[in-house]
Design a protein around this ligand. Structure first.
Ligand SMILES: [Ca+2]
Ligand SMILES: [Ca+2]
Length: 464
C-alpha cells in the first residue's frame, strides 16, 4: 500500500474509533445560573409569607444539596466572577476590582484558563448568556465590535447589564468579535430564552455547559408587571440594622451615618423590588428544567444555582451594598442538584466560589488543578467538610482588609493580603456562636486574648 494511503487509512481508523468512543460516552449537561448581588438569605426558605424563589425551593433545594455557608472571599462582582471562571482566589488571578476587570482578565491571559475553555477543549458546547465581567461595558474603541472570549461556542453577553433597554453582544465560535444589537425585551427573559434555545438546538450527543448570569437582583431593580403585587408587605430589618454603637468597628464604618426614616422607607421598597426581579430568574429556571426534561437531559444534568456572585447589606452596620467583611457581603448560597447529589440536604460546610469550577471539572473529567476544592464528597455525603477556614480579602473601596473565618470565629484586620503575616491596621474579632450578627468586636476584650492569637496565626499562615 502506498505510504499516503496507509496514512489515510490509519487516520480514518483513528477518526472512526474516536467517533465510536464519543458516541459511547453519554452526553452530559451542566447548567450554572448565577445572580448579581443576591443576599444569601433570599435563596432558600421564605421571604415573608411565600418562598423567596419557589422553583429554586421545590426543584433545587428539595431535590439537591444547599450550601448555606458559601463564601465569596473578595465580595465584589468582577473578582468573584473571575474566581468562578478560573478556580483561583482574587489575589492569585489578580482581578481585584471591577474597573477594567474584563480587560485585566484578558490581559492576564485568563481567557485560556476558564472552566468553559477546559470543557470546550474537551469537546463540550458552551454558552454564556448574561453578564461576563465588569468592564465589558466599556468599548475602548467606539465603532469597533467587542471582543469575544475564547472557550465559548455561543456568546450572548450584556454590553452593559440592565433590565429593560440594553445592548447584547452575540457571537458563535469561531468568531472573535461580536455583533451588537439593541434589545427591549426584559433582559432576564431574553437570556433564559437564549439558554433554552441552546439546549433545544443541540444534538442529542452534545455535552452542554450553560453559564446563565442575569442582572437580577442588582440595583436599581426593575421587574416584570406580573410581579407587581408580590412581596408588598415584605420588610426585613435585622438585628444589626442601623447598629447604634459602631465604636467597636474600624473608622470607615464609624463614618457611616445612621439611616434616616426617609432612607429606610426607600430601602424597604428597594428590598421588595429586588425580590420581584428574582421571580423572573425563578421562572427562567423552571423553563430550563422543562427543556432539560423534554430533551431527555434532566435526570443526568447538574444544575448549580449561585445566589449571588456576592452578597448585599440591607442596612446591617449602617451599610448598603457589598465591599465589607461582614456576613451579608461575603456569604452566598449555593444549591446543586444532579446525579448522585444528596437530596433535600443543607450543608453548613465552609465552601467558596473558587470550588465551583473545580467541582464542574470533576463531573466532566477534565483536568483543572486550581486553588478551589471539589465539593463532590460533600454532595454525595462522603465527607462533612473540606476546609476549616475561609479567607476574606478586599483591595479597594473601604479596604484593603484581610481576614479569616472559621465555623465559630471571624478575624479581620485593615491591611492587605500581602501583609497578613505582619498586619498593622485596626483589628476585629467576632464570636459568631454568641454574636451571629457581629454587633460587638471582641478584639480588645482580655477574655478573648487566646482566640485572638489563634486567629492571627491562622491568617498569617493561611494557604489555599
Ligand atoms: Ca455583584
Ligand atoms: Ca457594636
Amino acid at each position: 500500500m502506498h505510504r499516503s494511503l496507509v496514512a489515510a487509512f490509519t487516520l480514518s481508523v483513528l477518526l472512526l474509533s474516536s467517533a465510536v468512543s464519543l458516541a459511547q460516552s453519554p452526553p452530559q449537561t451542566i447548567v450554572v445560573i448565577m445572580t448579581d448581588d443576591q443576599r444569601y438569605d433570599t435563596v432558600a426558605g421564605m421571604c415573608g409569607a411565600v418562598p423567596c424563589m419557589p422553583t429554586v425551593q421545590a426543584e433545587l433545594v428539595a431535590k439537591g444539596t444547599t450550601f448555606t455557608h458559601g463564601f465569596i472571599p473578595l465580595a465584589s462582582c468582577c473578582p468573584s466572577r473571575a474566581s468562578i471562571l478560573t478556580g483561583w482566589y482574587a489575589h492569585t488571578h489578580g482581578v481585584r476590582g471591577n474597573t477594567h476587570g474584563a480587560e485585566q482578565f484578558f490581559g492576564f491571559g485568563h481567557e485560556a484558563s476558564t472552566i468553559a475553555k477546559a470543557l470546550f477543549d474537551a469537546g463540550w458546547k458552551t454558552l454564556i448568556a448574561g453578564k461576563y465581567l465588569n468592564g465589558y461595558d466599556l468599548d475602548p474603541d467606539p465603532g469597533t465590535v467587542p471582543h469575544i472570549a475564547d472557550g465559548w461556542s455561543r456568546w450572548r453577553v450584556f454590553e452593559y447589564p440592565k433590565y429593560l433597554t440594553w445592548r447584547l453582544v452575540s457571537g458563535e465560535w469561531p468568531m472573535t468579535s461580536g455583533v451588537v444589537t439593541n434589545e427591549t425585551q426584559y433582559s432576564t427573559v431574553r437570556l433564559f430564552n437564549e439558554a433554552a434555545l441552546f439546549i433545544t438546538s443541540a444534538l442529542p450527543t452534545d455535552s452542554l455547559f450553560l453559564y446563565v448570569t442575569p442582572f437580577a437582583p442588582h440595583a436599581s431593580p426593575k421587574w416584570e408587571a406580573q410581579d407587581n403585587a408580590k412581596f408588598a408587605a415584605f420588610a426585613q430589618i435585622g438585628p444589626a440594622f442601623n447598629e447604634a454603637d459602631v465604636s467597636d468597628k474600624p473608622l470607615w464604618v464609624q463614618n457611616e451615618p445612621l439611616w434616616t426614616q426617609v432612607e429606610i422607607d426607600a430601602h424597604i421598597k428597594f428590598q421588595r423590588g429586588q425580590l420581584r426581579t428574582l421571580q423572573s430568574v425563578d421562572r427562567g429556571i423552571a423553563q430550563l428544567l422543562a427543556v432539560l426534561a423534554s430533551t431527555g437531559r434532566l435526570d443526568t444534568a447538574y444544575i448549580v444555582f449561585i445566589g449571588g456572585d456576592n452578597g448585599f447589606h440591607w442596612g446591617e452596620h449602617r451599610l448598603k451594598g457589598k465591599a465589607s467583611p461582614y456576613e451579608e457581603a461575603i456569604r452566598s448560597t449555593f444549591v446543586i442538584r444532579g446525579p448522585g447529589v444528596q437530596q433535600n440536604v443543607a450543608s453548613a460546610a465552609l465552601v467558596v466560589n473558587a470550588d465551583l469550577p473545580v467541582t464542574i471539572a470533576e463531573w466532566a473529567s477534565v483536568p483543572f488543578a486550581r486553588e478551589g476544592r471539589s465539593l463532590q464528597c460533600l454532595l454525595t455525603g462522603g465527607c462533612a467538610s473540606i476546609r476549616d477556614q475561609v479567607l476574606i480579602e478586599f483591595a479597594f473601596g473601604p479596604g484593603p482588609f484581610v481576614g479569616v473565618r472559621t465555623a465559630d470565629w471571624k478575624y479581620i484586620v485593615q491591611d492587605s493580603y500581602e501583609h497578613r503575616a505582619n498586619p498593622s491596621g485596626t483589628e476585629e474579632l467576632y464570636d459568631l456562636v454568641n454574636d451571629a450578627y457581629e454587633m460587638q468586636s471582641q478584639h480588645a476584650n482580655p477574655a478573648y486574648v487566646a482566640v485572638l492569637a489563634e486567629m492571627r496565626a491562622r491568617l498569617a499562615t493561611w494557604a489555599p
